[in-house]
Every structure is written in C-alpha cells, then in structure tokens.
Design a binder for this molecule. Sequence first.
Ligand SMILES: *Cc1c(COP(=O)(O)O)cnc(C)c1O
Length: 434
Amino acid sequence: MSNATATSPHPTKKTTMKLDETKAAEGKLLLGTYDRYPLLFERGEGVHLIDENGVRYLDLLSGIGVNALGYAHPAIERAIAEQSRKLIHLSNLYYHEGQAALALRLTEATGMDRAFFANSGTEANEAALKLARAWAKLKRERGTPLGTKFLALENSFHGRTMGSVAATWKDKYREPFDPVMPGVEFVRFDDVDDLKAKFSSEFCAILLEPIQGEGGIRPLSREFLHAARDHTRSTGALLIADEIQSGMGRTGKFCSYQHYGIVPDVVTLAKPLAGGIPLGALLCTEDAAQAIHAGMHGTTFGGGPLACAVALAVLDTIERDHLMDHVTATGTYFREQLDQLAKRHSAVTDVRGLGLMLAVELDSAELAKTVLGEMMQRRILINRTSETVLRFLPPYIVEKEHIDQALAALDEILTEQLAHAAATPLPGGKKIGN
Ligand SMILES: *Cc1c(COP(=O)(O)O)cnc(C)c1O
C-alpha cells in the first residue's frame, strides 16, 4: 500500500500502475511462456473476478474450467482453513485419511476401482501412459502380444510433459522439444475407418478426450467411442479417457463418457478436482492396477492432505447443492440461447458441447478475436481456442441471468461487427480491428 502510494499520488493512476509495473517486471523476470491479456485481478466473488480497480468481470471461463464452485466459496474456504490447521503436506511414506476417502468417492462416481493422485492434468496422463506401458509388459510376460505404442486423436490436448505432449496433436507444442516420447500415432478425429485401419496389437492404449476441450469443444460420436472400446478389448490394450476438462460434473454427468454408455479402463481427472488447489487423479480398473506395484511410480506432493480435503469439500458441495442437475439445466438453457444466436448471425457456423462445456464456432479467426476483445471491454471473460472457436467453461454456480448477460453482449457485438464489415469498403472488408 505505502509503496503504491509513494509511486503515485493519484488513486486511479496508482491502480493502473500495478498492471504496467507487473507487466514490465514479468517481461524481465519470467520465461516468456504466456501472452497475457492486460488485466490484473486481485480477488473473486462467486462468478465474478475483481480487478485492481475494483471492476467486476463476469467469468465464463473459470480458470479454464478449474474454479467450478466459482470464487471464495465458503465450503472451500472452510476446508482450507480447517485442514491447514491440521496438516498441509505429508510425505507419501505415511498414511493420512484423505486419499482413501477421496478414492472411494471418485471410484464410486466413475465405476473404476483404484486411484493414484498427482498434482496436475499432465501428471495424471503421464501416470496413465506409464500404467499402459507397464500393463503391456505384464501382458507380454503372460504371453499376450501387446506393443508399446499409443494411439491418440487429431486435435487432442493431453498436457505439456514429454509423454502427454507426445500425445498432443498440435506441432507447435511438440516440435520445439523433439524428440518427445516416440511411438504415438494419431487417428483422424471421429473417423471410425481411420481408427480401424491404424489400430493393431502394437498399441498398448488409445488415449482420447470423449469431448475435446482445447481442440474446440468437439464431442466424439457414440460410434467412435464404442469402436475404440471394442478395438481395445479385442487386443487387451487400455482405453484411457482424459476427463481432465470434461469430468467432475462439467457436462452434467460425473464424466463425459457416461453420456455414451461405455466404461474405459483408465480415467484421468484434474482441473476442477480440488476447486483451484492443484490435484490430479488417475482412476483405473482392478485389472489394470495389477500392473503397478510399490516403487514403480510416485510423487512428493500428489494427494496431499490439503488437496484431498478440498476435493472432498468440492464433491460434497456438488452433491449437496445438486450442482450436476444445475449444470444440466443451465447448460441446456445456455445451449438453446447459443442456438438462437446462431440463427440470427450467419457468422456463427456451429454450436457444440454438453452441459457447461460449450462453444460457438465463428467463420473467421479474426472475428473470433474481435468478439473476445469486445466481450472483455464489456467485462465478460470467455476464451478463444482452435482459432475460430469461442469457448465457455463457466463455474457450475452460474445462473440464467449471467448467461443472458453474455448472450446480449454477444448478440450486440456480432450485430455491430456485421454492420462494420458491411460499411468497410473492400478489400478491407474483412479487417475488423484486433
Ligand atoms: C488442461 C488439460 C490437460 C493438462 O492439464 P494440466 O493441469 O495443465 O497439466 C490435459 N488434458 C486435458 C483434456 C486438458 O484440458
């Protein structure tokens, strides 16, 4: 406080200085991994983020699907306060009550049998890849030929570590770090014939997101998921469902594969699992778990007492407040409103998603960028992925009034942009600001 006052006597200046100073300091001190928007947030309340000037933003992205209960939720506050007075970290050399309690809830919710806890999505996937390799080795030792390769999907996103990134589609994430883990092949998205042509006993697993997140909120077809299930069953390979973005109730069911009537062998969860405290989980069948024994895998932080206690509080809240029903109801409403928007604006080429994992696709990347910027001007936060896709991952506590606010803004912006494009003489007709 005194520092900020000393640098500027003007209260409004003082606050914008914070963003400018932070930006300059980060520019010198951090690796240049992020291209951030010029917003500095200090706190959050419910579905709103509040910036350095006290300005409230409606957050329909919730930390890319992490802050499922929104901000400053009393259940999370309480769990953190209570657990922090007891134990924050405990080495995995010893027992605490949290892991088994959480594993019980997660296995019941997913139909899996056993859990392993990590700290992030990529780590949960990394554990899944290692489990699949160990599983294939066990199979080979028992006389079943099963190779070491992985089959992933085009447009997939599975994380940034050397294994997960190898199974991630976009070249820009992999190529600078080559060689990443070898042996990953990609199937054309939702192409059953391509899956059939590429799959063989050389693969120890198929890794897929039943609804691709980063790839543009693309749900797989029932046919493809069932084909993936059948192919893996035929060789003994594992089917790994990456539910890191789509799990924990985001789509109205605990996991998105539950909409499809299949059960995978391995499920990975992370983003909203502990409501903002880092936590990832791998869940698997009893069979698959036989491939792992003591000493083969582990983590220092994963499944710590604090993260587990908060995850349990998140699960209790989802259950007590019937949040999955709320996700279904508000998600259906949101979807209907987006469909209406698509009818009014030809620039909207598609509306996709399930529950509160939704997207609209626009007819140009430039327009998508403009709309995102205009939404930000109107203090509504959304995200752009896959160039032309506007992604919505609101907290589960979002209400109709917030959806109405976002839709009114989208409608207004698209109308303005159309008028603007029509008024701009060619060939600049496509140029509609940044
Ligand atoms: C975000 C995400 C990951 C990676 O999670 P991190 O916690 O960033 O490592 C993996 N898979 C999917 C589907 C994701 O959305």
